[in-house]
Ligand binder design. Structure first.
Ligand SMILES: [Zn+2]
Length: 464
């Protein structure tokens, strides 16, 4: 099998990936809380996870990719406080939580499709796995990892000496301090203890979604759903668990605590966490004013794959600064790449530029180094090699890049000669600083149903 190297948060090291079952890989991705649209920061994580899955498939693994959908129990704060996000969404739109869930789940999968993110093979909603969640809580209760008060059943973190092993103790302290603020439920024995099951009491007295349980009517906490769903869909242990870095300190730490205490074996062998997308104002969050969705991106005339290209241009473990200028540069780069590929003659065959294929192999297997894989793609385009070989190499690369490179190039070929002629005339006008003519030609091109973009390489046109 391959020499795939991945940075494992659990060991804080780059390790060679080996799977539990030969030739197969089980991958679990924390899914969305479906109370609102995903923002592009969330989507960056799903693009990273898609690259991981595509590299595993490229390496010949038969991947089973599983995901949960959070439609109950995810509170506004990770510290077991605040409203259920689903009820926040329901109130905002005057609908029932499950109506909200359905709407945003559909929108989420539409976003993934337009970003060429391969959809998970198995998806399970938290509300469809209540029985499995109750089972784990029962086991934890039997093993004396729980206690309860009038509001909830809690996991007692003091029973688990290596509770903070995923984040490292220091980081965990810092994160808890920064994120949760004041502990409201003073009956909690330790600040890190977390709710497994909420009762219909206190602020949750009127919680709309609730189910019977051995402890009375209530609803599950957020963390227990991923423990139950990953185990049901992939077994325990499974190979790789992924999510955003914001999941390390609380959500994933708690998943590990529950699952490993209940079953006495690891939950997953590899833990991979994608870094944040940053705006000038800081991290993107639904609670702040800086909430950009994929629809915002499309409404501004960008293609969804330009956003994918932008994400690939940064390493998944590096923070990525988002700006409209950087997205603009990504769109230009992608359109230019399509243009260069469209100039190649013939059609792809089996034979490839072998040295480039080997180099690509090396970069993607070295902790998913997509920035280097992208620059390799550009170097290939500049290489004096037969067009046919280049085309088949590009096709091969696109299995992992997922940028529709041949399709995008074919669409550029369909741009009529007279439109291309107009673009060339516009470049001449711009070179002479004749901006009146350049503007007039731009309008003419746009009226034919094409979008005009100015790049370092001159006018770029794209079908609207
Ligand atoms: Zn999760």
């Amino acid at each position: 099998m391959s020499g795939l190297k991945l940075y494992n948060t659990l060991s804080r090291k780059i390790e060679t990936f080996t799977s539990i079952a030969k030739g197969r890989a089980g991958l679990y991705t924390c899914g969305p809380t479906v109370y609102n649209f995903a923002h592009i920061g969330n989507l960056r994580t799903y693009i990273f996870e898609d690259v991981l899955r595509r590299v595993l498939e490229y390496d010949g693994y038969q991947v089973t990719h599983a995901m949960n959908i959070t439609d109950v129990g995810h509170l506004v704060s990770d510290a077991d406080e605040g409203e259920d996000k689903m009820e926040v969404g329901a109130k905002r739109e005057g609908k029932l939580p499950l109506e909200i869930a359905k709407k945003y789940e559909t929108a989420f999968f539409e976003d993934l499709k337009s970003l060429n993110v391969e959809l998970p093979h198995k998806v399970l909603r938290a509300t469809d796995a209540i029985k499995e969640q109750i089972e784990i809580i029962k086991t934890l209760e039997q093993k004396r990892f729980t206690y309860k008060d009038g509001y909830a059943i809690y996991f007692d973190t003091s029973k688990l000496p290596d509770y903070g092993k995923l984040s490292g103790q220091k980081l965990s302290d810092k994160k808890t301090g920064a994120r949760s603020g004041v502990i409201v439920d003073t009956k909690k024995r330790n600040p890190a203890d977390f709710a497994l099951w909420f009762f219909l009491a206190g602020r949750y007295k009127n919680h709309i979604l609730h189910w019977p349980s051995p402890w009375g009517e209530g609803f599950p906490g957020w963390h227990i759903e991923c423990s139950a769903i990953s185990r049901k869909l992939l077994g325990q242990p499974f190979d790789i668990h992924t999510g955003g870095v914001d999941h390390i300190g609380t959500h994933h730490t708690n998943e590990i605590a529950q699952s490993e205490s209940a079953l006495g074996k690891p939950l997953a062998n590899f833990w991979l966490h994608g870094e944040f997308l940053l705006l000038k104002e800081g991290k993107m969050a639904k609670s702040g004013g800086s909430f950009i969705t994929l629809k915002t991106v499309l409404d501004k005339g960008f293609s969804p794959l330009a956003y994918r290209y932008l994400c690939l241009s940064a390493h998944w473990r590096s923070k990525l600064n988002f700006s409209w200028e950087s997205l603009d540069a990504a769109q230009n780069a992608l359109d230019n790449l399509y243009e260069k590929i469209s100039e190649l003659e013939g059609s792809p065959s089996i034979a490839m530029c072998d040295d480039y294929a080997r180099a690509f192999d090396r970069e993607i297997n070295r902790d998913l180094d997509m920035p280097r894989a992208l620059s390799l793609t550009w170097r290939l385009m500049k290489k004096p090699n037969p067009d046919k070989l280049k085309l088949s190499t590009i096709k091969h690369f696109d299995r992992v890049l997922g940028l529709d490179l041949l399709k995008g190039a074919a669409e550029r070929k369909k741009i009529p000669a007279e439109i291309k002629e107009l673009a060339a005339r516009r470049d001449e006008a711009r070179a002479k600083k004749d901006f009146a003519s350049s503007d007039r030609i731009r309008k003419e091109i746009e009226s034919e149903g094409f979008q005009v973009r100015d790049t370092e390489d001159g006018t770029l046109i794209r079908k609207k």
